[in-house]
Design a protein. Structure first.
Length: 108
């Protein structure tokens, strides 16, 4: 998980919205089994796309303001941000690494 940063309500704007590269945000929680299932794939994607895509995680329990701002109603919720805007979204853990590659492919 060396290439995946934890982001909070306090630094979301700086780390995600103001990022000069596209950002994949994984909204998750410690008690969420599907979140744990997709986590290794998120980590792998971060390794594969290093330098082209920033990958971060937001714990929705600890960062409810950000989760509510982006209407996260179920987790895992994976969103691609580019130039401060959500450009792609996936609301489940299906498809593994292939689904994540497809989600980000046209944005990096």
């Amino acid at each position: 998980m060396a290439n995946v940063a934890d982001v909070t309500d306090a630094n979301f704007k700086t780390e995600v919205l103001d990022s000069s590269v596209p950002v994949l945000v994984d909204f998750w929680a410690t008690w969420c089994a599907p979140c744990k299932a997709i986590s290794p794939h998120v980590d792998s994607l971060a390794e594969e796309t290093s330098g082209k895509l920033k990958v971060v995680k937001v714990d929705v329990q600890a960062n409810m303001k950000t989760a509510m701002q982006f209407k996260v109603t179920s987790i895992p919720a994976l969103m691609v941000f580019k130039n401060g805007q959500v450009v792609a979204r996936k609301n489940d853990a299906s498809g593994g690494i292939h689904a994540l590659r497809t989600l980000v492919k046209s944005h990096i």
